[in-house]
Design a protein around this ligand. Structure first.
Ligand SMILES: [Zn+2]
Length: 186
């Protein structure tokens, strides 16, 4: 890769540098504008959720910290969830509605400090693109209640190469041998 000359006594070099800076700035502004125009999220594909509840109703079932993650798309601090270290066999269900989302045999240690999986259960999640960090990321959520779970990235292990990076607060773990809780429908 060619580097720009560092000499500063030539106005042409400086102008070229300024033009490059301006071009990058304009591109960034256009991108930010696009993100603003789309709003916080762009819905792609699957329907978002099957029922809605008010915040007051949810707070009878989940904690305020869980509500922030599940319904305000907050992200918990890395290494803060005990589920990050959960290694037993079982099922990870949505903390809000109990829909099973992941099995323990698809969990792996990604080193990120968030519970990570390479595959979700069939039909368990929906996705949409968010621009919260001004670049697109794929957010995923429970397909039943719409509760935000995390983001999916393309750097996971075989066979899917996907990394579902999940907030532990958005999940409950049910060890094998214990009955799964009833899935909320309303
Ligand atoms: Zn749910």
């Amino acid at each position: 890769m060619k580097h720009l000359p560092v000499k500063t006594n030539k106005s042409t070099t400086l102008n070229a540098g300024r033009r490059t800076v301006l071009r990058v700035a304009l591109a960034q502004m256009a991108f930010a504008g696009a993100a603003l125009a789309f709003g916080k999220t762009v819905v792609a594909g699957e329907s978002m959720k099957k029922f809605t509840k008010s915040k007051v109703e949810w707070l009878k079932i989940i904690t305020p910290a869980q509500y922030d993650v599940l319904f305000e798309e907050a992200t918990e601090r890395s290494f803060s969830s005990p589920l990050n270290e959960e290694k037993r066999k079982g099922t990870f269900v949505c903390a809000a509605c109990n829909q099973p989302l992941f099995k323990s045999d698809t969990k792996y240690d990604s080193g990120t400090g968030w519970p990570s999986f390479f595959q979700h259960l069939p039909d368990a999640i929906g996705t949409k693109t968010d621009f919260k960090l001004l670049y697109p990321r794929t957010e995923y959520h429970c397909s039943n209640c719409g509760g935000h779970q995390g983001h999916v990235f393309g750097d996971g292990p075989a066979p899917t190469r996907k990394r579902y990076c999940n907030n532990g607060l958005a999940l409950s773990f049910i060890p094998d041998g214990q009955p799964l809780p009833a899935i909320r429908k309303s």
